[in-house]
Ligand binder design. Structure first.
Ligand code: ZN
Length: 155
């Protein structure tokens, strides 16, 4: 697999991102599809296909996320982190995390009030405006899937 250049990030963050890129999470098939969307970031060539399975006893809770991504290390890593962090969250919590990540990326907030796990490694990307789209692609695709939009193109 091709690893497009990674911006100058702290070594620790780079390591976390590359680890997700080499071994992405959320690739296991789901037994049920509740929401699904495909997202594209033509600027970089990133593509992501996201599927959500809700808890069979609680349709407000995400049981599992399946995600397949192709593209740069940032977009693939972000999708892998999304699969980890959204598993077991309620839809409301998941939307909150997504909104929060966007605010961090667009420099509206700095301190981390919510535990975002490995996603923290992605926050350094905000210094590189072109790569913000890569990092946010899986999250935008997630939000659009909830809205019933199956094809998402960010520009
Ligand atoms: Zn990208």
């Amino acid at each position: 697999m091709q690893n497009k250049t990674l911006p100058q990030l702290d070594d620790l963050y780079k390591e976390i991102i590359l680890e997700h890129y080499r071994n992405p999470h959320g690739r296991e098939p789901l037994s049920k599809v509740n929401y699904q969307a495909e997202g594209m970031n033509p600027l970089c060539g990133d593509e992501v296909k996201l599927t959500l399975q809700l808890d069979s006893e609680n349709d407000k809770k995400i049981e599992k996320v399946h995600i397949e991504g192709h593209g740069c290390s940032i977009s693939v890593a972000s999708g892998s982190m999304l699969a980890d962090i959204l598993k077991g969250k309620t839809i409301a919590e998941a939307k909150e995390i997504s909104k929060y990540l966007k605010e961090i990326m667009h420099d509206k907030i700095n301190d981390t009030e919510i535990d975002i796990g490995d996603l923290e490694a992605l926050c350094g990307v905000k210094k590189f405006p072109v790569r913000i789209k890569c990092a946010l692609l899986p999250w935008t695709t997630f939000e659009e899937a909830l809205l019933g939009h199956e094809h998402v193109e960010i520009s």
